[in-house]
Design a protein around this ligand. Structure first.
Ligand code: TM7
Ligand code: ZN
Length: 261
């Protein structure tokens, strides 16, 4: 009904173009990144993350992913530098992941998928008055993508995975204060960058993507806790585990991917 969408056979990524024709647009995400075809742009400076005074507010299950929201009423936590002309305010972060043992990331590297992908979503508060307005502008959003590779336990991710039981059902939300996503960054901030879109409807072509080359590791146990989340609400009798909530790579359509040094 209406603009309902999901990741199943009846409502998944191959059908989103029916309600969201931009799905077949010229700057859709994610994409397959081919490192050797990326252009080394020496004018690309380092990305700078100023998260020290970030204020996380809550963690929620929106029926598509699990999202941690931040206070974005001022410039307390921003990303700047790299391909960005302005500082962009941290608004939320969320994840995309697979089912048991299979892939789950949205971006791929030479066809290789990771187990999961973390998206830190920021908006251009210099040019736009709120997130909603920025989300429809070509330079409105900047999303930092971090690959999660199955391996050892991540020493800080348990703070998130231990809270997931509280947001099992679609529409659930709970306090989540004092979390700083700086603890989820890999040691290197080397990145690829390109112009793309949201990877979920409404698929707005408003995102400057910054994908870190180095992944972080998470254990199968930690990934298993993400898979205990449900796409469905408490009141629904059909329980559907939240997994494989990723869009496959989209056509590059002539875009250039640039690489930091
Ligand atoms: C704003 C936003 C960005 C991404 S990448 C997503 O998956 C959902 O919502
Ligand atoms: Zn995302």
């Amino acid at each position: 009904t209406g603009n309902h969408w999901g990741y199943g056979k009846e409502d998944g990524p191959t059908l989103w173009h029916r309600n969201y024709p931009v799905a077949e647009g010229s700057r859709q995400s994610p994409i397959d990144i081919i490192p050797l075809q990326a252009v080394h742009d020496h004018s690309l400076g380092p990305i700078i993350l100023s998260y020290d005074h970030c204020t996380s507010i809550n963690i929620a299950n929106n029926g598509h992913s699990v999202v941690v929201e931040f206070d974005d009423s001022d410039d307390r936590s921003v990303i700047r530098g790299g391909p960005l002309d302005n500082p962009y305010r941290l608004k939320q972060f969320h994840f995309h992941w697979g089912g048991k043992g299979c892939h789950g990331s949205e971006h791929t590297v030479e066809g290789m998928s990771y187990a999961s992908e973390l998206h830190l979503v920021h908006w251009n508060a210099v040019k736009y008055k709120n997130f909603g307005e920025a989300a429809t502008a070509p330079d409105g959003l900047a999303v930092l993508g971090i690959f999660l590779e199955a391996g050892d336990d991540h020493r800080w991710l348990h703070v998130i995975t231990d809270a997931l039981y509280m947001v099992k059902y679609k529409g659930s939300l709970t306090d989540f204060k004092g979390f700083n996503p700086k603890c989820l960054l890999p040691s290197s901030l080397q990145y690829w960058t390109y112009l793309g879109s949201l990877t979920t409807p409404p698929l707005h072509e408003s995102v400057t993507w910054i994908i870190l080359k180095e992944s972080i590791t998470v254990s199968e146990k930690q990934l298993g806790k993400f898979r205990m989340l449900l796409f469905t609400g408490e009141e629904e009798d059909q329980r559907m585990r939240m997994e494989n909530n990723f869009r496959p790579p989209q056509p590059l359509k002539g875009r250039k991917v640039r690489s930091s040094n």
